[in-house]
Design a protein around this ligand. Structure first.
Ligand code: HMG
Ligand code: MG
Length: 329
């Protein structure tokens, strides 16, 4: 098995050529989007230093994660943990240009995209976000579901006119911390609007509070696939009730080939009370690799990364597979 040596963030160009690009894209290839630098760290009670965030991004890059969501340009008054977004964007774009990895940033509104564009950096991809339930939409972005779509359409138009790809998130697709269970038909209608009306190239369906099970995930996806193709959909599972891996595997079995996850199971949303982190990237990769799927990811190095970030920020490692693998290295 290929072993990578951690060389620190100053040597980020020395990525093993064997690891990229992602040449063997096939039906069995599942693309992982690691959201830990954003979703993982946005909820930490102590603000994580920028240098630690950059080292995390560096280690994820060396683990050969194909897409890493690096930060968000939300209001620092709402989420102070992401106030260093411009510094993160500047560092990443200067150090990793052209290495084959995607580094999307999360954007809530036009002001957020304008802040990102002010850096003068040629941004390639953003992710926008809205919700399937009114309660969460109001708490998270101070807007209704419909008004949110209008705001996101404006952001997407500005992005497209700057040649930027737009990924979408739809939150609370199974249940909402304020409104209860979500109607799958509503998720299906909104999915179609995000893809066709707003113009997202892909939509990530978020079980924001991790209440989904295999059955409810299947029911929701069956409705969605009546309106949009599985190739347009990604799955974003939080692991509050320990159902994340099972739910993701169900989505993959149903044809989804893009999975969001977070190293060490980091994270949660500050406006979704009681929700824990995303399903861990190590657990997902372990499960996929042992179910006949490829991800191109170096699971040993990723497991060490999960141990490193958990120790560094003083929390327990939320990945069962990651802990087991790291203990044997
Ligand atoms: P608002 O208070 O309604 O905004 O918040 P506003 O337009 O009235 O502006 C108020 C002030 O904020 C003004 O400044 C604006 O300039 C400023 P002031 O005049 O008071 O000095 N402002 C901004 N500053 C910096 N960047 C911006 C920005 N926008 C306005 N982009 C807003 C609306 C959307 C800004 C706010 O609600 C917000 O930032 N929400 C983000 C919450 C968040 O980050 N949640 C976590 C991410 S979503 C998530 O985790 C779910 C996901 O993982 C999927 C899943 O799990 O389901 C994606
Ligand atoms: Mg999330």
């Amino acid at each position: 098995m290929l072993k990578l040596k951690n060389r620190g963030i100053l040597n980020v160009f020395k990525i093993s050529p064997q690891l990229r690009p992602f040449s063997s894209i096939s039906q069995n290839f599942v693309k992982i989007v690691d959201v830990s630098p954003r979703d993982g760290l946005q909820n930490e009670s102590t603000i994580v230093p920028t240098s630690v965030k950059l080292e995390l991004i560096d280690r994820l890059t060396k683990a050969n994660i194909p897409s890493i969501e690096i930060t968000s340009f939300v209001s620092p008054k709402w989420v102070p943990q992401m106030a260093d977004a411009k510094d993160i964007l500047r560092f990443v774009s200067s150090k990793y240009e052209g290495n084959g990895t995607s580094y999307p940033i999360l954007i809530p509104n036009t002001k957020g995209l304008e802040r990102a564009l002010e850096t003068g950096i040629a941004i390639k991809e953003i992710a926008i976000f809205g919700a399937a339930s009114e309660g969460f939409s109001k708490k998270n972005t101070n807007t209704s579901v419909n008004e949110g779509i209008r705001i996101l359409k404006e952001v997407a138009d500005l992005a497209h006119s700057n040649g930027i790809k737009v990924r979408g998130y739809l939150s609370t697709v199974i249940g909402c911390p304020y409104d209860g269970p979500t109607d799958p038909k509503k998720v299906a209608d909104l999915s179609q609007r995000y893809l066709e009306e707003i113009g997202c190239y892909e939509l990530s369906l978020g079980d924001t509070i991790g209440v989904g099970t295999v059955k409810t995930t299947e029911k929701m996806l069956m409705e969605v696939f009546k309106k949009v193709a599985p190739s347009k959909i990604a799955i974003h599972a939080h692991d509050t009730y320990g159902q994340g891996v099972a739910n993701v595997l169900k989505a993959v079995e149903m044809g989804v080939r893009v999975v969001d996850a977070s190293v060490g199971g980091l994270g949660g949303c500050p406006y979704a009370q009681g929700a824990t982190g995303n399903v861990s990237t190590e657990d997902i990769v372990y499960s996929l690799h042992n179910s006949g799927y490829q991800t191109g990811i170096d699971l040993d190095f990723l497991s060490k990364t999960g141990e490193w970030i958990s120790t560094t920020i003083g929390r327990s490692n939320g990945s069962r597979a990651g802990k087991a693998i790291a203990s044997k290295l």
